[in-house]
Design a binder for this molecule. Structure first.
Ligand code: GLA
Length: 313
């Protein structure tokens, strides 16, 4: 299991002029529909990226994870700040499907412009991600990291950016399983899938339309506390992502099927962009230790968390 890292004491030095913090995210259901204006149900989770920085002569980043400089520059340009020197400490594992890049961007935005409106921050971070990677991502990840709410998932309409908080029960643990197939989105057919779906390819559209219906059914099941039904919907979502949207891999399919068979698991599916990455499983809270042992791979057991732009009431 990945243990949370805490920022070292020296993390925020007297020379830091700003600091920010933002969570990773999971998506309960509603995959590959955000960039088509569909509805999604993500949640921010309790793994965070911390950043600190100050204006400098040139852009620089100090981080355990390579490759962050393009993101720092891109959000700096979006927010129209001059060059910054940035220090990053993250508990959000990179390339594993819980959106380390959104956590980094939103943490930076919350440090540089703490008074920004959360929706505007999410849109700026989405544009920065597109600019940094060339991948035409939707807004879901940045939105969840900005405005997710502890104890809740967000039912987000990506066409209007209207959202509702949907209570999520603590006794259902959110398990994120690392498939071991790590990839950067730029190296995947993400843009190609988006274009195919936008062009109305029948198989891709069948996924999109059925997935949006599943989001609504999942919210109804959540309301009824029908955890078995929620699990069935995850399984249907996985089959649709595997067969109609074709973003799974044989290794991921095998892990999903193993998770389905384990005691205490309501359901599981590939999560996020796919092509490897991570698997989401919903598990009875009391059975998570045994679940993690049987899966035999790194598992993050997550709870929901507040986004970076959620203000104390
Ligand atoms: C990635 C993107 C999101 C979304 C998912 C698939 O996480 O960043 O915008 O498209 O893939 O649902």
């Amino acid at each position: 299991m990945h243990g949370p890292k805490t920022p070292p004491r020296s993390f925020v030095t007297s020379r830091s002029e700003w600091r920010g913090k933002a969570p990773g995210r999971v998506n309960l259901i509603g995959e590959h529909v955000d960039y088509l204006g569909g509805v999604v149900l993500p949640a921010a989770v309790d793994r965070f990226t911390d950043v600190a920085g100050r204006p400098s002569d040139d852009w620089s980043i100090e981080s355990d994870v390579p490759g962050g400089l393009a993101y720092v520059r891109a959000i700096g340009e979006e927010l129209d700040t001059g060059p910054q020197s940035v220090h990053v400490v993250s508990q959000v594992p990179p390339n594993a499907g819980i959106s380390s890049s959104a956590a980094l961007l939103v943490a930076l935005a919350s440090g540089i412009r703490p008074d920004m409106d959360g929706k505007q921050a999410a849109l700026a971070c989405q544009r920065a991600e597109q600019r940094a990677t060339g991948v035409q991502v939707g807004v879901m990840d940045q939105f969840a990291s900005s405005l997710g709410r502890r104890g809740c998932a967000l039912l987000l309409d990506c066409a209007t950016l209207e959202y509702q908080v949907v209570p999520f029960p603590d006794e259902v643990a959110i398990a994120v399983i690392d498939s071991g197939e790590h990839r950067s989105l730029a190296a995947t057919p993400y843009n190609q899938r988006r274009l195919e779906a936008e062009a109305g390819d029948p198989k891709r559209r069948r996924h999109v339309d059925s997935e949006i219906a599943r989001v609504h059914a999942f919210v109804a099941a959540l309301h009824d506390r029908d955890f078995d039904r929620m699990g069935e919907l995850l399984q249907e979502s996985h089959k649709s992502l595997r067969d109609d949207f074709e973003v799974s891999t044989p290794n991921v399919d095998a892990i999903v099927e193993l998770a389905w068979s384990l005691d205490g698991c309501y359901g599981a599916r590939i999560m996020g962009a796919g092509f490897g990455g991570s698997i989401l499983a919903l598990v009875e809270r009391a059975k998570t230790d045994a679940f993690a042992r049987w899966i035999g791979r790194p598992v993050l057991i997550c709870s929901t968390a507040d986004g970076a732009f959620v203000r104390a009431a």
